[in-house]
Design a protein around this ligand. Structure first.
Ligand code: MTE
Length: 355
């Protein structure tokens, strides 16, 4: 007898580039709300770093009263915090911008959900103390490399304003879904910043420094800025909080369906408050009906939604989903175009043919 398990077809990551590795979660095929580590999207600017874990120490220095060098063992023994968060790359859905923009052509899968455990950054900064004038906390990763626009080698580094750095849910994480964080996702320690786009959650932490001014590393002052204009940098502002958004998981775009009832299903998420409703349109946005939301599994998770659609008549249909959050934000019909293609959150749409 053949083992039926051999016939189970499993989803795989969707490759955008391999060097550095950039791969999407097969989000349309995910039934579960918690993304297993092998299907968690991967976003890297450089090759993976080489690290000597046996002797790992984390330095925290700069404008602090007691600079420290803290061992991994010590960090693992400190009181921990667990956060379940949506991690979304700000370039998620970039390929949908019109006119098109340069950069990784992410479709809809540069997003994942899961549970991270670690020590609040705040607890470590309480140990070091902050000197007067402290303004931002810079977190630097072990990975580094050249950039095509600058004549120097840079590490991947980002800062947080004090308020965000001291938020109790901003953690230095060492576990993902009850396992040590896998190497590709930042082992042994990575920053996790709930409600901000993924660029803030620095992997493979090498050093944390407190500074008195605005950090101007290139992954902050050049990249991860919204540039409203094609030809100049006027009006640029930094990418921070995740926009309200939704993705239709089922049916798939360009699917052929029979007449009858079909479950339209998807996810919705936001970086401010919670999703308050998801509306679905099956007639190009002329009329909208509310979908059914599942229970929130935690404050920063996405929410699943469904709508039972009766497709009575044959024909072509444009199906859209539009999420709103408790801060009064609603997905716009058109995205806010920007030169680097960040923060795409126009209503999600697919086409299907009923025959
Ligand atoms: N941290 C380091 N050290 N290097 C990186 O290239 N990429 C950032 C962030 N942290 C990055 C990093 C970006 S843009 C995103 S979206 C997330 O990590 C992706 O995390 P993941 O690869 O675990 O999904």
């Amino acid at each position: 007898m053949e083992d039926p398990k051999h016939h189970v077809v499993k989803p795989y990551l969707v490759t955008r580039s391999l060097q550095p590795e950039n791969q999407e979660t097969p989000i349309q095929f995910m039934e579960s709300d918690s993304i297993p580590k092998h299907l968690f999207y991967r976003r890297n600017h450089f090759s993976y770093p080489k690290l000597a874990y046996s002797n790992y120490f984390l330095p925290i220095n700069g404008l602090v009263t007691n600079p420290i060098l803290v061992s991994l063992q010590t960090i693992l023994q400190l009181p921990s915090r667990t956060v379940e968060i949506v991690l979304e790359c700000s370039g998620n859905k970039r390929s949908l911008f019109e006119p098109k923009v340069f950069g990784e052509q992410w479709k809809k899968g540069a997003i994942s959900l899961g549970v991270w455990k670690g020590v609040p950054l705040r607890s470590l900064l309480e140990v070091t103390g902050l000197k007067k004038g402290a303004k931002e906390v810079v977190v630097e990763g072990y990975d580094f490399g050249e950039r095509s626009d600058l004549d120097k080698v840079f590490s991947y580094a980002r800062s947080l304003p004090l308020e965000k750095a001291l938020h109790p849910d901003t953690i230095i994480a060492y576990e993902y879904n009850n396992q040590p964080i896998s190497f590709k996702h930042g082992h042994p320690l990575r920053l996790i910043v709930p409600q901000w786009y993924g660029m803030a959650s620095v992997k493979w932490i090498k050093q944390i420094s407190v500074i008195a001014s605005d950090f101007n590393g290139p992954f902050q002052s050049i990249d991860y800025q919204y540039y409203p204009n094609q030809d100049n940098d006027n009006g640029a502002y930094p990418v921070t909080t995740i926009h309200v958004n939704s993705t239709i998981q089922k049916p798939l775009d360009m699917a052929k369906l029979n007449t009858g009832t079909h479950v339209i299903k998807g996810i919705a998420w936001t970086g401010k408050g919670k999703i308050s409703k998801v509306e679905i349109s099956t007639d190009h946005g002329d009329t909208w009906v509310e979908g059914k939301l599942s229970q929130y599994s935690s404050n920063y998770s996405w929410v699943s939604w469904t709508y039972d659609w009766v497709a009575a008549k044959k024909g072509m249909y444009s199906i859209m989903s539009r999420a709103s959050d408790s801060h009064g934000r609603t997905q716009p019909m058109k995205p806010v175009w920007n030169r680097n293609g960040y923060g795409y959150n126009a209503v999600d749409r697919i086409k299907v043919k009923v025959e």
